[in-house]
Design a protein around this ligand. Structure first.
Ligand SMILES: C[S@@+](CC[C@H](N)C(=O)[O-])C[C@H]1O[C@@H](n2cnc3c(N)ncnc32)[C@H](O)[C@@H]1O
Length: 324
């Protein structure tokens, strides 16, 4: 049977200046704290562990851990929440799932059971071995792998879904890497813990874990000025962006007259690599829907003018690039 149930050992380790007597020969100082936590209680165990670790142990790890340091203890996600995390992320057979800090492997294994390819990254070599054994027991070894290593150095660009069960501090340390290395549209799902000012797109509170399950969709980076062309006109678009929140402003040459005169932007949304925004003047209404890729935004625009309806194409390039 896969070793997924029953009471668990919770191990907190941090590289820190601690009792030198525990320092292994030539190795980093490692402190191990063990506590028995039942699976049923695990949701409440993380706050308890934080208290346990408050003597500087775990916080030392999460404050500046980047290199081979544990930023969260081993506490497995309860099975129901494993399935909920995969449901919220919408994991399908064509996904590639990476669990950062994979513990006994249960999330990556559950993803593989759904037909996805998956791998876990875990610092603790014993947990890596356990996860591999669990994958073999579950008959999914061909679709899942476990790599021993540091999540901050992991190669994550292939993922379509990333799963996390780390502390908020660790999520925050990981955030720049997620935003820089994951492709727009990649889903990031976290058991219980937030990502600071990057607000979740979904926060499902039906989880057994008291913090719920949170989902973010990695947004394309589109801040700046763009030159937009549509079938019978051109204008500039200035985008301000804070994660997935965008504001757009339309710039029209001052001597432009007719339907284009006074065109102003309305609502705008960005979901992964998909942008939608409206623009309106006294006489025309435009609804843009497009995708961002390779430094180009393009798609379709619906125009409503004098009670007539047209569909055309639009395309935008960064303003600096288009003026070259
Ligand atoms: C709360 S457990 C979550 C395990 C699994 N993802 C789950 O949800 O069942 C966090 C895991 O992250 C691992 N971990 C902590 N810091 C890490 C680091 N810097 N690199 C890789 N793994 C790390 C821990 O060893 C632990 O197994």
């Amino acid at each position: 049977m896969p070793v997924f149930g029953g009471a668990i050992d919770v191990t907190v380790r941090a590289r820190a200046s601690v009792d030198a007597a525990r320092r292994g020969p030539g190795g980093p100082a490692v402190v191990t704290v063990r506590a028995q936590v039942s699976m049923r209680e695990h949701c409440r165990s993380l706050p308890a562990l934080r208290t346990l670790a408050a003597g500087g142990l775990l916080l030392a790890a999460s404050a500046q851990a980047q290199n081979d340091e544990f930023v969260a203890p081993y506490v497995p996600t309860v099975e129901e929440d494993v399935e909920l995390m995969l449901d919220v992320a919408g994991v399908r057979p064509d996904d590639y799932v990476i669990d950062l800090g994979s513990g006994d492997g249960r999330i990556a294994i559950a993803a593989a059971r759904r037909g996805a390819l998956a791998h876990g990254v875990e610092l603790d070599p014993e947990l890596v071995e356990l996860a591999r054994a669990n994958a073999a027991e579950s008959g999914v070894s061909e679709r899942v792998a476990f790599l021993q290593g540091d999540i901050f150095e992991a190669d994550i660009g292939r993922a379509t879904v990333v799963t996390l069960y780390l502390f908020p501090d660790a999520n925050l340390m990981l955030r720049p890497k997620l935003l820089a290395e994951l492709r727009p549209g990649t889903r990031v799902v976290s058991n219980s813990f937030h990502m600071g000012e990057w607000q979740p797109d979904v926060h499902d509170m039906s989880a057994r874990s008291s913090g719920g399950v949170l989902l973010w969709i990695v947004p394309a980076r589109i801040a700046g000025e763009w030159s937009v062309e549509i079938d019978d006109g051109a204008f500039s678009l200035v985008v301000q962006q804070q994660f997935q929140e965008i504001d757009v402003d339309i710039g029209i040459e001052s001597d432009v007259a007719g339907v284009w005169s006074g065109l102003a932007a309305g609502t705008a949304t960005l979901t992964g690599d998909r942008i939608r925004f409206d623009a309106e003047s006294d006489t025309v209404r435009l609804s843009f829907d497009g995708r961002i890729g390779d430094g180009v935004m393009e798609g379709y625009v619906q125009t409503v003018h004098e009670q007539r309806f047209f569909v055309g194409r639009w395309r935008a390039l960064p303003a600096a690039a288009s003026s070259r």
